[in-house]
Design a protein around this ligand. Structure first.
Ligand code: ADP
Ligand code: MG
Length: 603
């Protein structure tokens, strides 16, 4: 008996959908790209429950005939290519003809569409690949597609969706990737009846400004410089941040021929162009657009992938680096940057020290041991710290990874601290002779570890002390980050931020945790947002760890800070009380033992 048979289309489409449509954001991308391919000048996106219940895209593009409307939902039905060679001169976003077929296989779709030349439009309703209604209708020119109850027939997919906040952030990120390359098209994004973005048609600069900047303060235009290079191989233009405006939280966007791409190798080129101009941990923001002959990039990439292969990557690397360098050079002939951040910058170690090193200003009046910054004052019995950690031991997060470094082979004993003399070395290490050898303790990391536990404890148990700001600061954010900060608000308030929403796209900060009084509230919050986002912290537990780690990093005493013997003893005493003192929350070494044996070997 023959056993092979062809799968029904509905099943084949559902399988394909598994690849193309992984989450609401991928569905949004396909729909909006179709609208752009249809020449729309105005596109509205309407979303409900982060796309779970509704994703609607309305455009004023060319629309479809009655016949095409039906065909559009068939697999491999496309108006964009006819033969294989067309693949090499592609200028449209879509070409595979599988998006609509995939979407209708896993949702309930209702579409109305009309061409300019037609009197009446077409209404089509498809539930899980079955056409349930097709009839003439009256509707404006263009296409209006409503995708309801995504994954209604694929419960496993539905279950794997993240929280609404995360899915909404994914939607917005996908949206950014598109709107940043189509500034001439106007866009709106509505979520649960609230307009999150209203983007008028304009220039690239205006578009970036209206997505990320704060138009009232003209942040973008003053913080970025243009880059512009035309070669036979490639044209590159865009905007790169001035070194003095760089932050830890960077917006980094590459586009090629109107498509967003990730490109770690080209990112290296940009970073190299900045080398020596940014402090450790700082990243350049940029929006860089490549124009290149379509045949020299590999277009047949997977629809959900954002990596693109170029034929001549090494040459483009050189061109890009030179282009960025040239623009930066025009504005900063001799980069002399004053980072008035007293303490949040790691001074580069000698071997990696860049040619023109950022000047780090240390606030001489800053004393981590005085009462305003005092972790010393808030001493608690050792067993209290331990009880704080008990609840955390069962799950796997980075705190636990750190804890796997068993403390049993501990090199630091409480009795060492009380009896031995202490020295400071290179403004960076505390030296402690013990019977087992010479202990080296990184002062900044030790302080950060103590603060980390203190902040985590506050987040879990108590209300943190707050310091009122003399001048409230304003934090303006793009919509995806507004959503994120809303998630974090209760914890931010617990830890000591006095923060209120000021407008749909900004918060006002009136106070910040007492341990951080000398810092810029806006920079600290941006750093928190960056870390939560980068590390994909998605549960309250995870983002609390990120908040605590960020604040600890910001609040820790800087290298170069001279400590008295008492201060050092206090620091080490507090350190040894921690349930885990060998490494910081990020896994960096705090304490290292130079054993007797190692020392003796040298002589
Ligand atoms: P692809 O975009 O790869 O061609 P899709 O499944 O996304 O495949 O769309 C199939 C076809 O349906 C497109 O080639 C296009 O002709 C038509 N189509 C889809 N969306 C629209 C739209 N918003 N306006 C006009 N035509 C559309
Ligand atoms: Mg398409």
């Amino acid at each position: 008996m023959d056993i092979i048979h062809l799968l029904p289309d509905s099943v084949a489409n559902q399988i394909a959908a598994g690849e193309v449509i992984q989450r609401p954001a991928s569905c949004l991308k396909e729909l909006v790209e179709n609208s752009l391919d249809a020449g729309a000048t105005r596109i509205q996106v309407i979303v409900r429950d982060a796309g779970r219940t509704l994703l609607q895209v309305i455009d004023d593009g060319i629309g479809m005939s009655e016949m095409d409307a039906r065909l559009a939902f068939e697999r491999h039905a496309t108006s964009k290519i006819r033969e294989a060679k067309d693949l090499f001169s592609l200028r449209t976003m879509g070409f595979r003809g599988e998006a609509l077929a995939s979407i209708c296989a896993v949702s309930q779709v209702e579409m109305t569409t009309r061409r300019k030349e037609d009197e009446t439009g077409t209404l089509l309703e498809i539930h899980g690949s079955d056409v349930v209604r097709q009839e003439p209708c009256s509707c404006p020119v263009g296409t209006n597609i409503k995708v309801s109850n995504l994954f209604f027939n694929v419960p496993v997919r539905r279950k794997f969706l993240k929280t609404d906040q995360t899915e909404l952030r994914n939607l917005l990120n996908e949206f950014y990737h598109i709107v940043l390359v189509y500034p001439k098209v106007s866009f709106t994004f509505v979520h649960n009846d609230e307009i999150l973005m209203e983007l008028p048609a304009g220039s690239e600069k205006q578009r970036i400004e209206s997505v990320f900047g704060n138009p009232k303060r003209n942040v973008f235009t003053s913080a970025f410089v243009d880059i512009n290079t035309d070669t036979e191989l490639v044209s590159i233009h865009g905007f790169v941040v001035k070194p003095e405006n760089a932050t830890k939280k960077a917006e980094q966007y590459f586009f090629v021929n109107g498509r967003y791409m990730r490109h770690p190798y080209f990112l290296k080129a940009v970073q190299t162009a900045y080398s020596g101009m940014l402090p450790n941990d700082y990243q350049p923001s940029f929006f860089i657009y490549f124009d290149i002959a379509p045949e020299s990039i590999d277009v047949n990439i997977h629809p959900t992938k954002t990596e693109i292969k170029f034929a001549d990557e090494q040459t483009i690397f050189q061109i890009l680096m030179a282009s960025v360098r040239e623009s930066l050079g025009k504005f900063t002939l001799a980069p002399q940057i004053d980072f008035d951040t007293s303490g949040c910058i790691d001074i580069p170690t000698p071997q990696t020290r860049p040619v023109s090193q950022p000047k780090v200003t240390v606030d001489p009046s800053y004393n981590p041991f005085n009462e305003r910054h005092s972790f010393v004052e808030q001493q608690r019995p050792v067993n209290h710290w331990e009880s704080l950690y008990e609840g955390l031991k069962t799950t796997d997060s980075f705190t636990d990874k750190v804890q796997t470094d068993s403390q049993s082979d501990s090199v630091l004993h409480p009795e060492d601290v009380s009896s031995c003399p202490l020295w400071q070395y290179a403004g960076k290490y505390i030296l402690l002779p013990t019977s087992r050898g010479l202990l080296l303790i990184n002062q900044r990391r030790a302080h950060a570890a103590i603060l980390y536990h203190q902040f985590l404890e506050q987040l879990n148990l108590t209300q943190g002390a707050m310091q009122q700001l003399l001048f409230p600061e304003v934090l303006a954010l793009p919509p995806d980050e507004m959503v994120l900060v809303h998630d974090l608000l209760p914890d931010l308030r617990t830890i000591g931020f006095d923060i209120e929403q000021l407008s749909p796209d900004s918060f006002s900060i009136q106070g910040l945790p007492a341990q951080l009084v000398n810092q810029s509230a806006v920079l600290v919050l941006q750093d928190i947002i960056h870390n939560v986002r980068e590390r994909g912290a998605d549960t309250q537990r995870e983002w609390r760890e990120q908040i605590a780690a960020t604040l600890a990093d910001e609040g820790a005493i800087p290298y170069g800070k001279t400590l008295s013997e008492d201060e050092m003893r206090e620091l080490v005493t507090k350190l040894v009380e921690l349930p885990q003192y060998q490494r910081t929350a990020k896994g960096k070494t705090i304490v290292s033992l130079l054993s007797d044996e190692e020392i003796n070997k040298r002589f």
